[in-house]
Design a protein around this ligand. Structure first.
Ligand SMILES: [Zn+2]
Length: 60
């Protein structure tokens, strides 16, 4: 249950995938290029302000 890193092509460790199921980059590439998780959130179309609004709306 592992897949290759989209940057370097090396397999992403299963532990990392367990912690971050959405990631497509290994630890090394996430550190150099940046994590892909923010990009993933943008494709969903939710920025951080919308997310905060949603959180406060759920709480009230
Ligand atoms: Zn990599």
């Amino acid at each position: 249950m592992t897949r290759p890193c989209e940057i370097c092509g090396k397999p992403i460790p299963a532990e990392r995938l367990a912690a971050l199921p959405q990631t497509r980059r290994c630890v090394k590439c996430a550190a150099t290029v940046g994590t892909d998780l923010i990009t993933a959130r943008r494709t969903v179309g939710m920025d951080i302000e919308t997310y905060k609004d949603l959180l406060s709306a759920t709480r009230s």
